[in-house]
Design a protein around this ligand. Structure first.
Ligand code: NAP
Length: 243
């Protein structure tokens, strides 16, 4: 039976690269986000290469919706082996200008979205005595960042969530890890000016901004046999920006 991977935020950027890689590697890929049209293009690329994929419209911040989606997927494919909680947003502002809504939106999508995904998939994974959960955090969840109190808090929260749930689920052969990208070339970072970009590259020992594929390959590794004994960890993919 083919393994099934559920990827949130699969319509663009890092999530799209993760979905395409899992599709190429023979997984059935469930691609979820709020924009069905974009998801269908990702699914098309996977099926064009002979893979199996499904597009599902989902707002990860709503637990009931996440649980309904997972139910549909399990009815169709029988199980979910891998969950990648990748969906995320930014609402950057200095704290004094940050509204309650800026805070709530980012925390609800980035952190509660991961909680919702884990809640939705774990009953099935526990029954199957197998699961691989990967949460996408960020370098700023480790270092903090001016102008990103909401985002950095959500990403630091993901690290605490990852460690706690890893401890709870380890006895059922479910591993839970986080991947912390540095600066990656996606829509999320494309508003950086050329000057800021150059300054940034000068701070990165590997002297380049990362690609979505750099992150996807690390996520994939965490689902392979070589990572069977890794749980509760945060793996940085940042070109050495933070060590
Ligand atoms: N790019 C970077 O430099 C960087 C660095 C560190 C960490 N990260 C993290 O990596 C992840 C992916 O980022 P990216 O750079 O690929 O961003 P992106 O290009 O802006 O894509 C974000 C994805 O999240 C989805 N999304 C947003 N809100 C959602 C919601 N409520 N429900 C479901 N899906 C939702 C979006 O799809 P829809 O709009 O269709 O819903 C989109 O697919 C995020 O968690 C981000 O924080 C990125």
């Amino acid at each position: 039976m083919q393994k099934v991977a559920f990827v949130t935020g699969a319509s663009r950027g890092i999530g799209k690269a993760i979905a395409l890689l899992f599709g190429r590697e023979g997984y059935t890929v469930v691609c979820a986000s709020r924009t069905l049209n974009d998801l269908q293009k990702v699914v098309q690329r996977i099926t064009d290469l002979g893979g199996e994929a499904l597009a599902i419209e989902l707002d990860v911040s709503i637990l009931f919706d996440f649980q309904s989606c997972v139910k549909k997927v399990v009815e169709k494919y029988g199980k979910i082996d891998v969950l990648i909680n990748n969906a995320g947003v930014v609402r950057d502002k200095l704290l004094l200008r940050m509204s309650e809504n800026d805070w709530d939106t980012v925390l609800n999508i980035n952190l509660k979205g991961c909680f919702n995904g884990i809640k939705a998939v774990t009953p099935g994974m526990m029954k199957n005595r197998y699961g691989r959960i990967i949460n996408i955090t960020s370098v700023v969840g480790i270092t903090g960042n001016a102008g990103q109190a909401n985002y950095a808090s959500s990403k630091a929260g993901i690290i605490g969530l990852t460690k706690s749930v890893a401890k709870e689920l380890a006895s059922r052969n479910i591993t839970v890890n986080a991947v912390a990208p540095g600066y990656i070339d996606t829509d999320m970072t494309d508003n950086l000016s050329d000057k800021v970009r150059e300054e940034l590259i000068n701070q990165i020992p590997l002297r380049r901004i990362g690609t979505p594929e750099d992150v996807a390959l690390t996520v994939k590794f965490l689902t392979e046999n070589g990572a069977n004994y890794i749980t509760g960890q945060t793996i940085s993919v940042n070109g050495g920006l933070y060590m």
